[in-house]
Design a protein around this ligand. Structure first.
Ligand code: DI6
Ligand code: FE
Length: 424
């Protein structure tokens, strides 16, 4: 047996786990599994009693150098760490008053039409300093980390003018630098019409395309571009203009699509080979076919469905039949989903949308990573990043079945163990 693969560099050895690798529709379960990680990636995974000699040597050599993290999983469930692929978690202010109005019968659209809704959060976010915005937003990301989330997407869209969109995105980046988790940023300047452009939505789109998008991209603050394509948001034509500008800058696109009505936005997204179309309650068969052909991910947001007390379900069975990958996310935002809890979304996906627990798991791992264009994450397999969660759960469905007690016991991100302090 050659020793060529024995290189210095800290090694992580996890043994005695039941691994849910997420490599197939039944979650690719391996009993009595072990995982070897080095240089931040998984080097080997399989049945512990089949650990090849060269990896036994690798672990032993690292032990001799005292450069090894050994974890005895004592039969725990090991999965890829989770990904929350749709959040708006950088915001200031509160919309509790609107919650009360809605309980008295006002609709989300009516509140928005009266200048509340997104615009009330825009006002508070513009008024907040960058430091204050960071302090308000960090606990939301920490909450996700403590639930086993290693990668979050964060959208702008509460600035709606250059300096404040940049401020939001910088805060998002700083969150990624301050916590061990990874942050992907999405520019959602086309989220709502700011007061300065109240009667001129085309003029605002000009401003987004000409000023905000290039400046934010230039600062390295944009990993993807999103639009709220809706009757209370932007039209399909306006969405197309933003997508074209993104494409010219080489940026991938995503879309808030068919949440409150069918705007045929998902088919437009698919025509750009977009990463994901999100919400999708009103998605048509045509949109489903286009997404299937393009390989775009359907991101379902059961928190918003629940919180807005919607009744129109996304077309789950048709998405399944067309083999469109389904992801699940929190949509964490102050207006339609003030819920920073990804395992709760797995529970809701099952109870409200009748997803199977297997679909819920794939939705927060493999498919969520794909919705961010991240193919180095989301499964437990060789060469994937060693983003691994260990859960005190008897079976994968247990996380969907109950909530209120946190079953996370260990979280590794890039092979490094997140400390207990950081998980509380
Ligand atoms: N759809 C949503 O669910 C969020 N944005 C969007 O376009 C809601 C944002 C908010 O109400 O603040
Ligand atoms: Fe959203």
């Amino acid at each position: 047996m050659s020793n060529t693969s024995i290189q210095p560099g800290s090694v992580t050895f996890i043994k005695n786990v039941k691994a849910a690798t997420m490599t197939d529709a039944t979650l690719g379960l391996i009993d009595d599994a072990a995982i070897v990680a080095q240089h931040g990636v998984i080097r080997w995974i399989g049945k512990e009693n089949a650990l090849p000699m060269e990896f036994q040597h690798l672990v032993l050599a690292a032990e001799e150098r005292q450069d090894v993290t050994m974890i005895d999983g004592r039969g725990m469930l090991a999965t890829p760490a989770l990904t929350d692929c749709h959040t708006h978690l950088v915001w200031a202010g509160s919309r509790a008053n609107e919650f009360r109005q809605r309980l008295h019968g006002a609709s989300y659209q009516e509140i928005a039409a009266k200048g509340g809704g997104i615009l009330s959060t825009v006002k508070a976010t513009r008024e907040a300093s960058e430091a204050a915005l960071f302090d308000m937003s960090l606990p939301r990301a920490k909450a996700l980390l403590s639930q086993g989330v290693a990668h979050i997407e964060i959208k702008s869209g509460y600035g709606l003018r250059l300096e404040d969109e940049l401020k939001q995105l910088r805060v998002a980046r700083r969150i990624g630098e301050s916590l061990p988790l990874r942050v992907s940023t999405t520019l959602l300047a086309a989220h709502a019409l700011p007061p300065e452009y109240a009667d001129d939505s085309d003029g605002y789109i000009d401003y987004v395309v000409r000023d905000i998008l290039p400046a934010a991209a230039n600062e390295g603050l944009v990993d993807a571009v999103d639009v709220f394509c809706e009757n209370i948001g932007f039209s399909r034509e306006q969405t197309d203009r933003v997508f074209r500008a993104a494409q010219q800058l080489g940026l991938p696109v995503k879309l808030h699509a068919e949440q409150l009505s069918d705007q045929d936005g998902s088919a437009l997204l698919a025509s750009y080979q977009g990463l994901s179309a999100d919400h999708l309650e009103y998605l048509s068969d045509k949109g489903i076919r286009a997404m299937a052909d393009a390989g775009s991910v359907a991101v379902l947001l059961p928190g918003a469905f629940y919180f807005l007390r919607e009744t129109k379900l996304p077309p789950i069975q048709a998405l399944r039949d067309a083999k469109v990958p389904i992801a699940i996310a929190t949509d964490a935002n102050p207006g339609s989903s003030p819920l920073v809890h990804l395992p709760l979304m797995m529970h809701f996906a099952c109870t409200l949308f009748q997803l199977t627990p297997e679909e819920a798991w794939l939705g927060v791992t493999k498919h969520a990573a794909a919705a961010l264009g991240d193919h180095q994450q989301g499964t437990l397999a060789v060469d994937q990043r060693a983003d691994i969660a260990l859960w005190d759960l008897d079976s994968p469905e247990a996380i969907c079945y109950q909530f209120g007690i946190n079953p996370l016991r260990h979280l590794l991100i890039g092979g490094k163990q997140v400390s207990k302090d950081q998980l509380t």
